[in-house]
Design a protein around this ligand. Sequence first.
Ligand SMILES: Cc1cc2nc3c(=O)[nH]c(=O)nc-3n(C[C@H](O)[C@H](O)[C@H](O)COP(=O)(O)O)c2cc1C
Length: 263
Amino acid sequence: MDDLIRSHRRWLKDSIRKKVDWGATGQSRGLPPPPVQKPVPPDARTVALPEPDRFDPVCTAGLLRVLRSRRSIRRYADTPLSLQELAFLLWSTQGITERYGDEATFRPVPSAGARHAFETYLFCRRVETLEEGIYRYLPLSHSLLFEFRERGLADRISEACLGQRFVGKGAVTFFWSVIPYRMEWRYGPAAHRVLPMDAGHVCQNLYLSAGAIGAGVCAVAAYDQEALDALLRLDGEEEFVIYLAPVGKLAADAIGNTGPPEP
Ligand SMILES: Cc1cc2nc3c(=O)[nH]c(=O)nc-3n(C[C@H](O)[C@H](O)[C@H](O)COP(=O)(O)O)c2cc1C
C-alpha cells in the first residue's frame, strides 16, 4: 500500500491519544485559554442580527420533512435571503446558547471539549439590507462584522474553488476557518483528528436549518487552500479555511437537479 495512504489512514485513528504528552498541552501548563472569538477591531462596522425569538416565522418545515428531502443543492433562485433567515442560519451553526465564563461556549452544534475552534466568514451576495461583501459572524454579540468588499468576488471565489461555478452563486456562501490552537490548547496533537468532525456537525446544521427555511446548501471541501486563505485575508497557519458551503433559496427546478458529485 502507498505510504501516503497508510500514513493518512493512521490519522483517522484515535491511537494518537496514546502518544500525546498530556503534560505539555497549553491547558496543563496553565496557559490561558485562547479567546472563544477573534478580536473585533475598534473601528469595526457591525450589523446587529435578529435574535432567536424571531426565528419561528421563518422555520416553516418540520425536521422530518427536512431530513427526508435533504440533498446537496447547486442551483439557487435569485430570491434574496432576509436578515432574519441569515441570522437563523448563523445562530443554528455557530450561535451561542450558553457561556462558561470567558473560557468556553455551548452552541447548537457539539464540539470536542466545547472548544469551538471555528470562525464563520460569509460572502453575502443577496441578503436583504446587507451590502455585498465579506463579513465575519461574531457569535458573542450575535452580530456581523463587515470585513471588506472587492470587485469580482463571486468569480474569484469560484476560481479558488477549482472552477466550481455554483460556489460563488449562492445568496450567501459560508466559509468556516479553523484556529487550530483553540483545540490544540487542550488536546495537543490529538486536536487535528476531532476538528474535521466538528466541522461536519456545523455544516450538517446548515443543511438542516437551510432546509427549514426553503433554502438549499452544498458542502464544499475541494478548493485551492492558499488561494482561498489569501482571498479571505487569513494567515494560512494560525487560521485557515477548513470547509465551505454556498446557500440559496431553492430554484423552481431545484428538485432532481442537484448536479454531479464533487470533482
Ligand atoms: C465532506 C464533503 C465534501 C464535499 N465537497 C464537495 C465539493 O467540493 N463539490 C461538490 O460539488 N460537492 C461536494 N460535496 C457534496 C457531495 O457531492 C454530496 O453530498 C454527495 O454527492 C451526496 O449527495 P447529497 O448530499 O445530495 O446526498 C461534499 C460533501 C461532503 C460531505
